[in-house]
Design a protein. Sequence first.
Length: 121
Amino acid sequence: MATSELTYEPLRVRLEQEHAALYSELKQEMLLNTLLPSSAAIEGAELSDLIVMAKSSFIPNLFDLATRLEKVDAAICSIKLGMYGLCADCEDEIDIEDLETDPAQPRCQHCREHSRYHHEA
Ligand SMILES: [Zn+2]
């Protein structure tokens, strides 16, 4: 396990940085769009509540921000659970190249292609 923790360490740092950036951008956008009455209300809200609110706002920018933040947050959670780098569908290891392209990638290449095929059908 020590080896994979070292391998994933730079990815964890990237995820934490992206998470912080997305979170502050999301809060700012929600305030600009007056989804919540005050910055105090936004600061006091749970991240999961902000994500639900932003996604149900149907404001494209906010929707995209919230979707990405949710994905990054899930990846950070999986690091804490020791499940990072494992496909959410088949639990195979995700290629390190895929994780370097997108550290929040939750699925292996096989499952991504499979689900893309399904969504297009
Ligand atoms: Zn998979």
